[in-house]
Design a protein around this ligand. Structure first.
Ligand code: MN
Ligand code: MN
Length: 461
């Protein structure tokens, strides 16, 4: 029952492919550190590959036929793709969906203040983080500021070698007696995660001169007033690039593997599809998974259902019933990362049912907590189909639960798609220190994921 290590299966040519893919992925996550940036990179790649905006097709009232490629851009933060298959849409689709949002610190709407001769920004963390991991490290600011006249100012500070970085301070150990005796979950609180933005006063300014100097920089360099931050989305993320990890370079350390590694694998698989598939292949890159898939760009919004309705209309086959059938008859891989087995914390796992780095794409029925609450608990029939597809296409794969029973749990987008009555299971790449500012994956698992998602879209039925 032990699953083989993918590295042992590669020949020279494949090892080269693994490295090339890893390099491409690293460029993707180095340039895509927010959901907006990932959506933008994805749309650019899709358009290059011949995908056309669904909104444009709707506006032109163009009929959609097998082989056509369309994408839906949901507010610049979620992207759906459809490669139209030969069979009627009502017979279902092969769907591969991942999320492109990652844990981070978001600036509050009214963030700026001055204290102790520093200018600081108040933040509200996004997603589940261990707060102590986000102090005393270099952070970059990414995002947009939308001014009252509708113009958008893009912000990326802290990524170029010559850029300044910002960050959250921590208390020196010499004076940390009180802090160090606290519980880990209480040593750093959410409100402690304020970011230092500056420390230089504006000359001849009486009131809050350091904040005044910062506002001057914002005005001079970006044309932004303090009030413009009300309509801004600024995310503080770990500064700098991903790196090869391990002396054997078998892994990658970087920010946001959860879930951009699956998102990238999904996108790559979509881009590599050739010919006209039997079933329509749908790729989904969605937002807000880390905060419960809420909002108009999260999976709980109805954009998938709406897009399916639009496509049916463009095929002259729209009916409420056909929309429901298309979704109900679909098969889906909810692509999200698994907790990689960590020998330092072996007690949190059950070894036989843990995801091992390097042993390929991981299928996960139980991501939830306690008595399987919140899990997808995919059908045995569906898993049997997936086993066959994976083996026939020589994909290295494994199965896992998220940690040992009663240790904790997590959520994905699987349960939302399951509402339509489609087959769905979680599947993805194993990650070490998930949700830390720097996470670790195996290059082999990334490679196997692309193979898995491609085989699934082409072969599932
Ligand atoms: Mn995730
Ligand atoms: Mn997550």
């Amino acid at each position: 029952m032990e699953r083989p290590n993918a590295w042992k299966t590669y020949n020279k040519t494949e090892l080269k492919k693994v490295e090339a893919l890893a390099a491409e992925y690293r460029t993707f996550i180095d340039n895509g550190k927010t959901e907006r940036e990932c959506a933008e990179l994805s749309v650019a790649a899709l358009e290059k590959a011949g995908y056309v905006s669904l909104d444009q097709v709707i506006a032109a009232k163009k009929a959609l036929k097998p082989g056509d490629k369309v994408y839906l851009n949901q507010m610049g933060k979620a992207v759906l793709t459809f490669l139209i298959g030969k069979k009627p849409l009502a017979e279902g689709m092969n769907i591969v969906g991942a999320h492109i949002d990652s844990p981070r610190l978001d600036l509050k709407q009214n963030p700026l203040y001055e204290d102790g001769d520093f200018a600081l920004a108040d933040t509200h963390y996004y997603g589940g983080i261990k707060k102590y991991q986000w102090v005393a490290r270099a952070l970059a600011l990414h995002g947009v500021v939308v001014k009252k006249d509708g113009t958008t100012v893009r912000i990326t500070i802290g990524e170029k070698d010559t850029d300044p970085v910002v960050g959250v301070s921590d208390l020196l150990p010499h004076l940390a007696q009180d802090q160090m005796s606290k519980k880990m979950s209480e040593a750093i609180t959410g409100e402690d995660l304020d970011i230092i933005l500056g420390g230089k006063p504006l000359k001849d300014e009486e009131k809050e001169p350091v904040k005044a100097y910062l506002l001057k920089i914002l005005k001079d360099e970006y044309g932004i007033e303090e009030e413009d931050l009300i309509s801004a989305e600024i995310e503080a993320v770990p500064a700098g690039k991903s790196r090869d990890f391990g002396l054997d370079r078998s892994m990658i350390i970087g920010y946001g593997h959860d879930d951009r590694v699956c998102a990238f694998a999904e996108l790559k698989a979509v881009l590599e599809l050739t010919g006209i598939p039997a079933y329509t292949c749908c790729g989904m890159l969605v937002d807000k998974e880390e905060i419960g898939s809420v909002g108009a760009t999260g999976m709980r919004s109805n954009y998938l259902e709406n897009a399916v309705a639009e496509i049916l209309e463009l095929q002259g086959a729209y009916s409420e019933l056909n929309v429901r059938r298309a979704l109900r008859n679909s098969r889906m891989l909810s692509c999200d990362v698994s907790a990689g087995f960590d020998p330092m914390y072996a007690g949190a796992f059950e070894k036989k049912n843990a995801a091992w780095l390097g042993r390929g794409v991981c299928f996960n029925k139980f991501t939830g907590s306690r008595g399987k609450s919140g899990s997808n608990d995919a059908n045995a029939e569906y898993l049997a189909k997936l086993r066959r597809i994976m083996d026939e296409n020589k994909v290295c794969w494994q199965t896992a639960e998220l940690g040992k029973v009663d240790q904790g749990g997590g959520g994905t987008i699987a349960y939302i798609c399951a509402l339509y009555g489609m087959e769905v299971i979680d599947s993805g790449v194993s990650v070490l220190n998930m949700h830390a500012p720097m996470e670790i994956i195996s290059k082999a698992d990334l490679y196997e994921s692309v193979k898995a998602y491609k085989a699934f879209m082409q072969k599932a039925e």
